[in-house]
Design a protein around this ligand. Structure first.
Ligand SMILES: C[S@@+](CC[C@H](N)C(=O)[O-])C[C@H]1O[C@@H](n2cnc3c(N)ncnc32)[C@H](O)[C@@H]1O
Length: 287
């Protein structure tokens, strides 16, 4: 009897601790939204039903890291971990430094990258060393122009395995990545909506995007199958090389910028820079 009472007390303590943690997250999130509504994009973190719906579309059997964009306080991260994905596979890209600090405490075995998800290759330079299995995004996409959203999807596809997918939630009624631009369809991807998550506040929906080429029809003839396999292999290799080039270029660009910054601040080189600036100035027109 005593044991039972103790168990229920422990349960109560656990429950109230989790409610307290949730309220703290709500407060943190709301504060961030007040400071920067366009970046935070929502007044409170996603509920667990929405987070689970996001995680449902990630196939853990596809090898490679899983990139989460805009993890915030981590409800989607938590759902991905609950699905059995190893924390070491998760790369969390978050813009806000306070959220990054919180995520580092909460998910010490995940890789946390503070940076801009809209410059994905640059932000992940030196971090991503193989194609990703999926990209899971909670970014407030609707604040960005169509071209930026499409650019993000293209970039994500380039960093992913061809069979991977890009998962995004929205509170809107239509696909947050425009399926048509200037009246024409965007043929490079296919989009599939989830059922509405009515238990989230506000109700939301998850969209899953895949490269249009990932749905190659299964060929009937053996020779055709071999050709398609060969073509897919070549495409995968090309995509890997392209990704490697993008990552290395972004890394080199960053190193160059850092070096030139260091040189500019080097006292011994200041006169030389002043001289170069002077000779680079436009000459006054001759009268
Ligand atoms: C709508 S909240 C979602 C947070 C969390 N995933 C959830 O579902 O509760 C959007 C998150 O994206 C982050 N974010 C916004 N713009 C970003 C950017 N350019 N790069 C990385 N993260 C960004 C915000 O800081 C915020 O944490």
């Amino acid at each position: 009897m005593r044991l039972q009472t103790k168990r229920s007390e422990t349960g109560e303590v656990k429950k109230s601790a989790s409610i307290e943690a949730r309220l703290k997250d709500e407060a943190r999130f709301f504060r961030n939204w007040l400071e920067n509504p366009k970046v935070t994009g929502a007044v409170s973190p996603s509920g667990r039903f929405l987070a689970r719906m996001m995680a449902r579309y990630v196939d853990p059997s596809i090898s490679g890291p899983i990139i989460e964009l805009g993890p915030g306080t981590g409800p989607v991260t938590q759902a991905l971990l609950a699905k059995g994905i190893a924390p070491e596979r998760l790369i969390l890209v978050e813009f806000d430094t306070k959220f990054c600090e919180l995520l580092a405490k909460r998910f010490p075995r995940c890789r946390i990258v503070q940076g801009d998800a809209y410059d994905l290759a640059g932000t992940l330079a030196g971090v991503l060393d193989e194609p990703a299995a999926a990209v899971v995004s909670s970014l407030p996409l609707l604040n960005k122009p169509d071209a930026v959203r499409l650019g993000l999807l293209r970039e994500a596809f380039q960093l992913m395995r061809p069979e991977g997918c890009f998962v995004q939630f929205t509170y809107g009624m239509v696909s947050p990545i425009p399926r048509r631009s200037k009246g024409r369809p965007n043929p490079f991807f296919i989009a599939e909506p989830s059922p509405a998550v009515l238990l989230n506040l506000p109700p939301a929906r998850v969209w899953v995007y895949r490269p249009a080429t990932s749905h190659v029809p299964v060929p009937k003839r053996r020779a055709g199958a071999l050709m398609i396999k060969l073509r897919d292999n070549l495409r995968e290799r090309r995509e890997r090389v392209e990704m490697e080039i993008r990552l290395r270029t972004a890394k080199a660009r960053r190193e160059l910028e850092l070096q030139s910054l260091r040189m500019r601040n080097e006292p011994a080189l200041r006169p030389a820079f002043a001289f170069l600036r002077k000779i680079g100035e436009p000459k006054p027109p001759r009268s």
